[in-house]
Structures are given as structure tokens and as C-alpha cells.
Design a protein around this ligand. Structure first.
Ligand code: AMP
Ligand code: MG
Length: 364
């Protein structure tokens, strides 16, 4: 156990003395949790193998799961990347600073625990003013996974970080809630064609506009609801459980009307069995579900996927705080940031996915 120090900083104009203090902790091999535009990160000097090992220990993260390295500017890429392809510069110009992570060939000076022994390294330049100031002041590449215990919901506030990591991290910079709310999009540029390993804060549509065509998706199951192979997802264990609340989460996929009807049916059944149920829904669903015996949490309007992404993890933590045993979550589609939301809910479900069809018209 260490004494965790918390420093409150202004989200856009952080005090230089506090940033300097956090940078010094990083330079001495310590752990600093800091806000990025996506979620809070748990940072350590990416070039110091021992400091990086402390990240894995603090999170309980298995050594096979590689970390993202954060840089102050794109010009620093050669500090951790062996060879920067032209496409990386193009994407950097379009999306950095911002929530896009690029997987590139690793430079030899990056210790093997950062990349879990791979020859590639994941890098990004975050746009949050506090992250940017910290990276500049530390003048180091900073390895930082999300600042939560492994497998749990990612933190979007400093309070979330402390819930998971109090006494396991030296310093937390508290700048309030993070604006994007879900993790970065991870794009592999070492594959035969650019491949999205994880949908996130930069949408597939925005990537397609710069690439000239849609990128390949490593997990195409999450693109179109209609393409989810029910048999594949029905078996638990197909998807490693991740980004998960403590309650058991079920994701209901399908047309909205049918999903809400199925939700209502399941709540009544679970309530009869004496179980405390939480519902993760959209504003538009509230009226339809107000009378059911469940804790109702809305993440916003289906018309604003960016707001849903921002609120997702806080909503899941709220349902845990309200001690529900089972969460039934609806799907919010795949447009823009809704795809990242679907991906996280799929993983949080650990494979508990229900594909609900129309009552009539099962023609396809
Ligand atoms: P986190 O920082 O907790 O959001 O997790 C980092 C994500 O980036 C994980 O999904 C990793 O598997 C992925 N990642 C990091 N480095 C690499 C790499 N070299 N190749 C592929 N994926 C990576
Ligand atoms: Mg994580």
C-alpha cells in the first residue's frame, strides 16, 4: 500500500506547480492517474521496465495485455516507434491530439512488458489539456492503461479511480469527468490493411473519410445488429468479460419495440424470482418502462450517441452502487460512438447476449 495523493486541477488550465509535481512522480518511477479525453489513465514512464511493472501489479492486469504509450506530440513517435509509415502521419494530422491509438512497429528501447512481448507498440497523443501538460512536463513517453482494476468498468472520474486503486497509485490528478467517456479507437497499421482492433472515441465513419474506405474490423460481429451470429454469442466465454460492472449484465439486441417488450417480460420474471434488476436504457424508453419493478438508468437520447458514450461507465457504476444483481441493457445502434458503446456492452456481458426478433415478420 502507498499513500495516494489527490491533486485537483482545472480541466483546461491546470496549475503548473501541480503538473510539475505529477511529472516528478513519473520521472521517479511512480504511478500517476490522470485524465485523458477518453477515460482516466494509470501512467508510468514507458521506458522504465520497473515502473511499468507497477502498473500491472496495481491493476491486477495479466502480463499478456499490452499497454498504450502516450506522447505529447506526433513528432515524438520515433522515441518509441521503429519506423513510422506515411499513413501514420496522415492519420496523426487528421486525429491527433485525440482518441485514436495506432499500432506500429516497436523501437528496441521500449521494454518488453509495455507491449507484452510483441514487436508492435500502441501509441497515441491525447488531447485533454491536463494529459498534454503532464506529458510535456515529464518529457517522457507514458504507458497508461485505464485506471481501474483489471476487467472492471473504466473510470471517467477521479472518484472512480479511487474506488478501484486507492492505496495502489502514488498520485491522482482530478480534473472532473472525462469528455469522451469510452476508450480510444485502436487501429493496427502493421496488419495487411488498416484494422480496427477496438472501436472507440474516433468513429469508423471518421476513419473511413480519411482512409478513403472503411477500415477492416477485427470483430465484425459488432457492426450491424442483424449480423450478430446468435449461436456464436449465446455461449458465455466466447467474449472475454471486460469493462464489466459487478452485476450480471445482459445485452438485448434487436428492433427497439421488440427489445423493450422483452425487457419488460424479463424484469417481471426476475422480480418474481426475488432478484433486484437494473435497466440501462435511452431517454426515449423511459415512458414505456416507468411502471416496471426495476432501477431505471438512462444514458441519454438515442439521437446523441456521443452523450451515451460519455455517460455509459458512470451509469454502470451507478447501477452497481444501487445494488442491482442483474442489469438488462438495450443496444443503441452502431452509428458514430454507438458502435463503441455496443462493443463495451458486449464485453461487459461476457457473452450474455439476447437477439430479440420482431413478433411477426420473421421472413429473413
Ligand atoms: P486500455 O489502455 O486498458 O484501454 O487497453 C489497451 C488496449 O490496447 C487493449 O485492448 C490492448 O489489447 C490494446 N493494445 C495495446 N498494445 C497493443 C499492441 N501492440 N497490439 C495490439 N493491441 C494492443
Ligand atoms: Mg482498460
Amino acid at each position: 500500500m502507498v499513500q495516494t495523493e489527490v491533486l485537483r486541477v482545472h480541466p483546461t488550465r491546470p496549475a503548473a506547480a501541480k503538473i510539475k509535481r505529477a511529472a516528478a512522480v513519473l520521472r521517479q518511477g511512480g504511478l500517476v492517474a490522470f485524465p485523458t479525453e477518453t477515460v482516466y489513465g494509470l501512467g508510468a514512464n514507458a521506458l522504465d521496465e520497473k515502473a511499468v511493472a507497477r502498473i500491472f501489479a496495481a491493476k491486477g492486469r495479466p502480463a499478456y495485455d499490452p499497454l498504450i504509450v502516450h506522447l505529447a506530440t506526433p513528432e515524438e513517435l520515433p522515441r518509441v516507434v521503429r519506423e513510422v509509415p506515411e499513413l501514420a502521419w496522415t492519420l496523426a494530422r487528421a486525429f491527433w491530439p485525440g482518441p485514436l491509438t495506432l499500432v506500429l512497429p516497436k523501437a528496441p528501447n521500449v521494454p518488453p512488458n509495455v507491449t507484452a512481448g510483441r514487436h508492435t507498440v500502441a501509441v497515441r497523443v491525447p488531447s485533454h489539456p491536463v494529459a498534454a501538460a503532464l506529458l510535456r512536463a515529464a518529457d517522457l513517453p507514458v504507458a497508461a492503461p485505464s485506471a481501474n482494476r483489471f476487467g472492471h468498468t473504466s473510470p471517467t472520474t477521479a472518484a472512480h479511480v479511487l474506488e478501484d486503486l486507492n492505496g495502489r497509485v502514488d498520485l491522482v490528478l482530478d480534473a472532473g469527468p472525462t469528455p469522451v467517456g469510452v476508450e480510444s479507437t485502436v487501429l493496427d497499421l502493421t496488419a495487411e490493411e488498416p484494422t480496427v482492433l477496438r472501436p472507440g472515441g474516433v468513429s469508423i465513419e471518421a476513419l473511413a473519410a480519411v482512409l478513403g474506405r472503411p477500415p477492416r474490423l477485427a470483430h465484425p460481429t459488432v457492426v450491424e445488429g442483424a449480423e450478430v451470429p446468435a449461436e456464436g454469442l449465446a455461449s458465455p466465454g466466447m467474449l472475454a468479460k471486460h469493462y464489466a460492472p459487478h452485476a450480471e449484465l445482459w445485452l438485448l439486441l434487436g428492433p427497439q419495440e421488440a427489445v423493450l417488450a422483452e425487457m419488460r417480460r424479463r424484469v417481471l420474471e426476475l422480480a418474481c424470482a426475488g432478484r433486484r434488476v437494473g435497466l440501462l436504457v435511452a431517454d426515449e424508453d423511459r415512458a414505456r418502462l416507468e411502471d416496471v419493478p426495476a432501477v431505471l438508468v438512462s444514458v441519454g437520447s438515442v439521437r446523441r450517441p456521443a452523450v451515451i458514450a460519455r455517460r455509459l461507465y458512470t451509469a454502470l457504476r451507478e447501477l452497481d452502487r444501487r445494488a442491482v444483481e442483474v442489469i438488462l441493457a438495450r443496444d443503441f445502434g452502431s452509428a458514430g460512438l454507438a458502435l463503441a458503446v455496443r462493443d463495451r456492452l458486449l464485453r461487459a456481458s461476457g457473452g450474455r447476449v439476447v437477439w430479440v426478433e420482431h413478433e411477426e415478420g420473421k421472413t429473413g
